[in-house]
Design a protein around this ligand. Structure first.
Ligand code: ADP
Ligand code: MG
Length: 728
């Protein structure tokens, strides 16, 4: 019965670290498998190189001739590196990546063959993607969508395949991926922020959103992980008693990294270097076998691509080192979950980070402008931000009393709080000369100094200012960062447009000086967005009560958290900024709400199967052993046997009682699933899965976990938490 588990353990204990080949200088291999600056200069003519650069930087069009030229250069470069195939690489709404490989090889007349890759093949493809989610946009009989080259993210080589980052859209024009709306949002924030930057920096012509993600994950020995059907099929353990030692000792965090894991990391980092992903930090996380990886930040579109890519590379490298990598937000109950912090900022083409305080008061007014506008945008759209990070798996983290709550709030630290408090008291209208001097020299002028020693970092805040960027920490470790980044760009863009209008109105209408006008508008924003600012403990019960008083949302489960995505406010936002049409917004909502129900459905089936096929039979077997024992005792001791058999009989009873409860809960859960499936409206189905199916998981789990403690370890079929988490 328990052979799977014991074989897995045997295999695991016999493992040695898989050796890695790595160059001594990583900088030498950095970007070698990317069609970047160096390859472009080498394989393109000067004119083609210049035109491509301009297309990347300014979004100018790439014509047929140029595309042909670039594709030829790309092909020659790729072939020189042993590449035989190419693929359009994209991020469909399944949350993973998709590709379809075609060979360069092409037979021509007279029995000859050539290596071919022309401009058309580079620019556009029509993958048969009828099975990818589309939220009802593509009729399946049509099943037509196309991928189109995104020149702003460079092509790269994986194995022997040239991968070309693309968007994925329906023939009717609607986006079917994460990248398309992200690119549109980047253009919206560029436009809006550039207009505002001009108050401070006449030379700036472009603003880019930057993203630095931090990826948390678990590494579990592959033999052990594969011995658990729940881990294999749902990415998390649905059963399992908490081990005697958990993370109480905090000894894993920043502890030394085990050799096998280190070899995995070294190989992964080498692969990242080839792919031009600037990974920099690695360390243990809070939970046993949990780790984190973070690159240096990049332009947001590239950073999102790199995150999708790295998740894929991690899975591959892990396999080689006999690990399974778990990206699930909560693979183990009662053990710290995983997130993906999204560090976000805005940078100008003149080299300024707009969320970094500068040396002069004017630079700091610029900083404050973007700082306060971001806070205001988050305040006005907190529900939408919560919506963009909602998923069945992330529900286990958010609002589950561990790492960010489901309530969105902003942490800025005590020093900046003081600055905003002072600004709030700026008098209405034009400022007096004294006020101006005081503000400029004492309040705004001193920001960089105070920030230097502003070390109070609040780890419980879902949206924290950390010195020169905001950090959205509530994103799930499994999620594509594209969705939350699209929304963040969108709300800040909308906010900056409104800001510009208000400031201009004061300058023109009230003949105010520019900085008077800016101070006046910021003051109002500071007042209006006060409710989103929270410096206390985000995990505490007190905050939930306080947040409710403030009117902040607290949507703990995905079906309710997703509703704001289809509110009129959200539809208008995306529409006004040309990021998504109403149809696209609805399609996405539909995909997500259906994905939620499907996820819970799969987990429900799994937990039912495991309970009935693994747990109950094992419990009965052990119960039989006890029964035999009791019978034997009776035989030997006759009437007085009960004195000796009391404990055994108690356990026999306990086992029966747990089995009964598991059976009942499983049957009731199946009925609840049937009722949920019978709903026509996917929203109703999702709510029913959430409210009526999911609660049985806890009941089933509770009794199974009790049985785990009762039943002989020798016969228990499922690899236990302590084995999964502490074997390396
Ligand atoms: P933490 O204490 O949250 O682990 P780290 O220093 O490890 O902080 O991570 C900070 C992250 O923020 C890194 O991924 C880094 O690249 C990113 N980051 C730094 N500056 C910026 C910026 N201007 N824009 C976006 N991300 C940034
Ligand atoms: Mg962080």
């Amino acid at each position: 019965m328990a052979t799977l588990r014991f074989n897995a353990l045997k295999e695991t204990f016999s493992r040695k670290p898989v050796p890695v080949n790595e160059p001594s200088r990583r900088s030498e291999i950095f970007g070698q498998n990317v069609f970047g600056e160096f390859a472009m200069r080498q394989y393109l003519s000067k004119d083609a190189y210049k035109s491509l650069k301009s297309a990347i930087q300014k979004g100018t069009k790439i014509d047929r001739d140029l595309a042909d030229h670039i594709s030829t250069g790309m092909k020659e470069w790729a072939i020189s590196k042993g590449v035989t195939h190419y693929t359009h690489w994209f991020q469909p709404l399944t949350g993973s990546t998709a590709e379809k490989h075609d060979a360069f090889f092409e037979p021509v007349e007279d029995g000859l063959a050539i290596e071919k890759f022309n401009g058309d093949q580079l620019v556009q493809q029509e993958p048969d993607a009828s099975s990818l989610p589309n939220g009802g946009i593509r009729n399946t009989f049509e099943a037509r969508g196309y991928t189109a080259w995104d020149p702003t993210s460079p092509a790269f080589i994986m194995g022997t395949t040239l991968c070309i980052p693309t968007i994925f859209v329906a023939y009717t024009g609607e986006a079917l991926d994460y990248k398309t709306p992200l690119l549109r949002s980047l253009s919206a924030i560029d436009k809006a922020a550039t207009e505002v930057v001009k108050y401070f920096d006449k030379k700036a012509t472009k603003v880019t959103a930057t993203l630095g993600w931090e990826q948390e994950y678990f590494l579990i020995d592959s033999a052990l992980a594969k011995s658990r059907p729940d881990l294999v099929l749902s990415g998390r353990t649905l059963l399992g008693h908490t081990p005697a030692k958990g993370q109480q000792l905090d000894d894993h965090y920043f502890g030394s990294i085990p050799a096998r894991v280190l070899n995995f990391m070294r190989e992964l980092e080498t692969e990242c270097m080839y792919l031009g992903i600037p990974v920099k930090t690695r360390h243990n996380e809070v939970a046993p076998n949990q780790f984190e990886l973070a690159p240096i930040f990049e332009e947001a579109n590239l950073a999102v691509d790199h995150n999708s890519l790295i998740m894929h590379v991690m899975e591959r490298v892990a396999e080689k080192h006999n690990f399974m990598v778990l990206f699930h937000e909560k693979p183990f109950a009662n053990i710290n979950g995983s997130g993906k912090h999204n560090n976000w900022s805005l940078a100008t083409d003149t080299g300024t980070n707009l969320l970094s305080p500068g040396k002069t008061p004017m630079k700091n007014l610029q900083f404050l402008t973007f700082f306060v506008n971001t806070i205001k945008a988050v305040c006005d759209n907190e529900e939408l931000i919560r919506a963009t990070i909602a998923s069945a798996s992330n529900d286990h983290r958010l609002g589950a009393n561990e790492a960010p709550p489901a309530i969105i709030s902003v942490f800025i630290g005590s020093q900046l709080t003081k600055v905003l408090d002072e600004l709030e008291n700026v008098s209405n209208g034009k400022l007096s000369p004294e006020e101006k001097t005081d503000l400029k020299l004492n309040v705004v002028g001193k920001i960089p100094e105070i920030l230097l020693d502003n070390t109070d970092r609040n780890r419980t805040s879902p949206f924290a200012f950390t010195g020169n960027k905001f950090e959205l920490r509530a994103v799930g470790s499994m999620a594509n960062c594209g969705d939350p980044m699209t929304t963040l760009n969108a709300i800040v863009a909308k906010q900056l447009i409104a800001f510009k209008k208000e400031v201009d109105a004061l300058i023109e209408g009230k003949k105010m000086k520019k900085d008077d006008a800016i101070f006046n508008v910021l003051r109002e924003y500071i007042k209006q967005s006060k409710k989103i600012r929270f410096e206390g403990d985000g995990y505490g019960q007190a905050w939930e009560i306080e947040a409710e008083k403030r009117g902040l949302s607290n949507n703990k489960t995905t079906p309710s958290a997703l509703q704001p995505k289809i509110s009129k406010k959200a539809i208008d936002l995306y529409h006004e900024l040309d990021i998504m049409t109403e149809k696209e917004v609805h399609a996405r909502y539909e995909i997500e709400i259906e994905a939620y129900a499907k996820d819970i459905q799969i987990e429900g089936r799994l937990i039912g199967d495991i309970a009935k096929n693994h747990v109950i039979p094992t419990a009965i077997k052990y119960q039989n052993v006890l029964i035999e024992n009791v019978k034997g005792l009776k035989e030997i001791f006759g009437d007085g046997f009960m004195d000796k058999a009391k404990e055994q009989v108690n356990i026999i009873n306990e086992i029966s009682s747990h089995i009964k409860k598991i059976n009942k809960a499983t049957d009731d859960m199946v009925d609840a699933r049937k009722r949920a499936n019978a709903q026509e409206d996917p929203t109703k189905t999702a709510f029913m899965y959430c409210d009526e199916v999911k609660p049985y998981f806890d009941v089933i789990r509770y009794h199974c976990d009790k049985l785990e403690l009762l039943v002989d370890d020798e016969t228990w079929p499922l690899t236990k938490y302590r084995e999964l988490l502490f074997t390396r």
